[in-house]
Design a protein around this ligand. Structure first.
Ligand SMILES: [Zn+2]
Length: 230
């Protein structure tokens, strides 16, 4: 920033001396063909003051001249004016930057989500962490039931974590192996029920967001008396 100092004259004089360490404004004022509005106003004011008479003298005081670091900064800033001008239309807009940030966050979130595949059973069913419209059901009980089935953590398959001493098995198949969620959709003794309700034999396909017959899952579970136990 240029520093200008107005040195007042003695009381009996009508002359002023204005010292500035910035040469460019002084050259601009001395240029009578300048079209810069502020310079024109100063020139008109000086002309008016001279007619009073009122003498004003400008003097350049190069206070920073010879200071190496200051000269370097000046030379660097001046050299930047010779660089190719960046066209405004190739600069990214606010919308572009917002989109890029959202894309990056989504990418990182998806990567973190999929890295939990071994510990999070829902990842197998839902590979991308995006909202599913089917997660919102008209009935609260159906919504809870669907969520329990999707995370494969139900009252039927994990009663031993709450009250039952051991995991339950499929009483239709008569095996001693713990009952997983996928068996509810593939048990051979429930085939007729699944066909009647048009339920896919794969639990991953049946519980997917895009499964067209998703509401039939609740009637299927009701028909085999599983709905209230999920
Ligand atoms: Zn079975």
């Amino acid at each position: 920033m240029p520093r200008n100092h107005l040195i007042p004259p003695p009381s009996h004089s009508c002359s002023f001396l204005i010292c500035s360490d910035s040469l460019s404004p002084l050259l601009a004022i001395s240029n009578t063909s300048s079209t810069y509005p502020l310079v024109n106003r100063i020139q008109i004011l000086l002309s008016t003051l001279n007619s009073i008479p009122f003498r004003i003298t400008f003097r350049w005081v190069p206070s920073h001249r010879g200071m190496r670091r200051n000269e370097n900064i000046y030379a660097t800033s001046k050299s930047a004016t010779h660089l190719p001008r960046i066209q405004p239309h190739i600069l990214p807009t606010k919308f572009d930057l917002t989109l890029s940030i959202l894309h990056t966050i989504s990418k990182l979130w998806t990567s973190h989500w999929q890295s939990q595949k071994s510990s999070n059973k829902l990842v197998t069913l839902k590979p991308f962490p995006i909202p599913w419209a089917s997660s919102h059901q008209p009935h609260r009980r159906h919504e809870i039931c669907l969520t329990h089935l999707r995370i494969r953590h139900t009252g039927l398959t994990h009663p031993h974590l709450l009250s039952h001493p051991s995991p339950l098995s499929c009483n239709l198949c008569g095996t001693d192996t713990p009952l997983p969620v996928k068996h509810i959709f593939s048990c051979p003794h429930l085939t007729s029920h699944r066909k009647a309700h048009q339920i896919h034999y794969s639990h991953l396909a049946a519980l997917d967001d895009n499964f067209l017959n998703l509401p039939s899952i609740f009637s299927y579970l009701q028909s085999i008396n599983y709905l209230s136990r999920i």
